[in-house]
Design a protein around this ligand. Structure first.
Ligand SMILES: NC(=O)c1ccc[n+]([C@@H]2O[C@H](COP(=O)([O-])OP(=O)(O)OC[C@H]3O[C@@H](n4cnc5c(N)ncnc54)[C@H](O)[C@@H]3O)[C@@H](O)[C@H]2O)c1
Length: 259
């Protein structure tokens, strides 16, 4: 637990499911004031309610984080209610996968719009508010694919590589008041991963369970990760315990990626 995270206003984007949900719940347990964003209002509301039911403080603010107007609307609302933004977690992401030959340019654009543009738009607005306050933290959820690439993942890997470039550039520009870091998850058990497992197991002619078992065996720690594993790294980087760390791309991959 990190006492300095108590009462901090934390925005987690795309927090209606998967990793973002895990991050939002963890900040809730830390005593932070959690703003749960998602494209899907119902999903965002459910997570905010789960935080409140566990004794935490949260509100849901749905919105599309690739749309500048909706990003500004969400930040305006947070400032109207709380007067500040202490921590931003850019978790929104999308994984388009499939072979290069015959792929649609629209899928390439989608990978960049959802993974990179959302991170840029939210960081830009958050930095304005954090600069005014003279402090803040931004944590971007990138991916191991943004360091080593991946089969059928060119658009996603290139977009996450861009997220890491953005992380390091903003870390330099916004220091020392605002600390910017990234987390690079490996294979995490979420809906996003389920779609990938479905397609790859079908192509290999094995069941999704067999595919997952084989894949887990190839991970040095012998298991896929959980949203909670990722959340542990995020709260650490957001806390004062990481006060001398910026521009980092912190692996949470069970040993799949080590640089
Ligand atoms: N699952 C993995 O194995 C894995 C690995 C590495 C990195 N990541 C990254 O972690 C992050 C979360 O992934 P996940 O697996 O939890 O994904 P997920 O698809 O399970 O959940 C993503 C959530 O984001 C929301 N969302 C999508 N687009 C949005 C938008 N434009 N505005 C607001 N909300 C939006 C969705 O509604 C959904 O609730 C992503 O950035 C992803 O690239 C995931």
């Amino acid at each position: 637990m990190y006492p300095d995270l108590q009462d901090k206003v934390v925005i987690v984007t795309g927090a209606g499911a998967g990793i973002g949900r895990g991050i939002a719940l963890r900040f809730g347990r830390e005593g932070s004031i959690v703003v749960v964003n998602d494209l899907r209002p119902e999903a965002a509301r459910e997570v905010a309610q789960a935080i409140a039911a566990a004794g935490g403080h949260a509100i849901s603010l749905p919105g599309d984080m690739t749309d500048e107007l909706e990003v500004n609307k969400m930040f305006d609302e947070v400032l109207r209610i709380y007067g500040r933004v202490d921590i931003l977690v850019n978790n929104v992401g999308l994984f388009e996968f499939g072979p290069l030959v015959g792929s649609a340019t629209e899928d390439w654009d989608k990978d960049f719009r959802v993974n990179v543009k959302s991170t840029y738009l939210c960081s830009n607005r958050a930095a304005q508010e954090m600069k005014r306050a003279g402090k803040g933290r931004i944590i971007n959820i990138a991916s191991g694919a943004g360091k080593i690439g991946g089969t059928w993942s060119r658009g996603y890997a290139a977009a996450k590589w861009a997220v890491l470039g953005l992380t390091k550039s903003l870390a330099l520009e916004l220091a020392p008041e605002i600390r910017v870091n990234a987390v690079c998850p490996g294979i995490i058990d979420t809906d996003m991963d389920a779609a990938f497992v479905e397609e790859f197991s079908r192509r290999q002619g094995i069941t999704p369970e067999e595919f997952k078992k084989n894949r887990a065996a190839s991970i040095p720690l012998r298991r896929t990760g959980t949203p909670e594993d990722v959340a542990k790294a995020v709260v650490f980087l957001a806390s004062d315990e990481a006060s001398y760390t910026i521009g980092e791309a912190f692996n949470v991959s069970g040993g799949l990626v080590m640089h």
